[in-house]
Design a protein around this ligand. Sequence first.
Ligand code: DP6
Length: 332
Amino acid sequence: MSGLAVAVAHPNIALSKYWGKRVGSGNFPAVPSLSVTLSGLSTRTVVQFDQALSADHLELSGRRADEVAEGRAVALLDRVRQASGIACFARVESVNDFPTASGLASSASGFAALALASARAAGLDWDAARLSDLARRSSASAARSLFGGYVELDAGPPSPTDADTLQARPLAPVHHMPLVVLVCVTTEGAKSVGSTEGMRATLETSPYASAWLDFAPRLHARLRAAVLSADLPEVGRLAESSALAMHASAIAAGVVYWTPPTLAAIAAVKALRESGLTAYATVDAGPHVKVLVARTDADAVGDAMRRVPGVLRVIEARPGAGARCVDGGVAS
Ligand code: DP6
């Protein structure tokens, strides 16, 4: 064991959204979700266990992380220490090549990379499923970024305990559909309400919480079938529907992630669709709009989205690989 490992992971975009947790411990989702892991955006994380350290040390993009982020990382490192028997602290350096904590799924790629790098640095030879369970305990969407292509995560058991496990599993490979995801960035800043807090408020106070919990699994089953039959327009329709229902339930709890550019971008996608292009919108816990497009329409849709007022830039992403070790780290 070298004590050091480097991992790269990509964010994923949920087509069928995870929004809401089971009551109980262990961070179990209340609804199933289905995502596509993206290339074109990545997190690179270095973990080194070092006997000279007197505490864990976390740097995000070259800056010491705040207490909340550090606390979440330490909780994951504690699980790795417990499983491996390692007694020393770790230095963690993580760099994203896209805006952090703004609804671009940085916690998904961040915790997937941290789970893999810290487990390997500690000498744990866990497979992707076990690493996925480890990542899920920190951020449920991160469970999906361990795998590439189209990935599914079930809802947790009705009354979970810490002893229960739940991991994502791959559903279809990277080249399954000619999908391009155009990430329309509307702000470079961090979001005001994190997804953990946003979903807690939704389930506790939204008048539409039970409607969402009833709708999400039914939508998920249809979307799963559409992915398996590689029906891209149907996948797009259902993904847009999942995002709109999730935000409707959140907005009714006062959790509003949308800004004027979000609405302008959603309207632009609708207009492009009416003009005959295959384009559908999805939005996570932030103001950015991700447009799901057929590869043949990507240039035309990208040009149109760049002209939408408030869209700062458009990142073209495609289905990509799962988390992996790099730079001489032990292969995942
Ligand atoms: C809107 O995985 O960030 O992106 O488990 O509390 O860390 P925690 O939440 P997180 O929530 C992601 C919410 C979402 C939808 C999704 O990715 O499925």
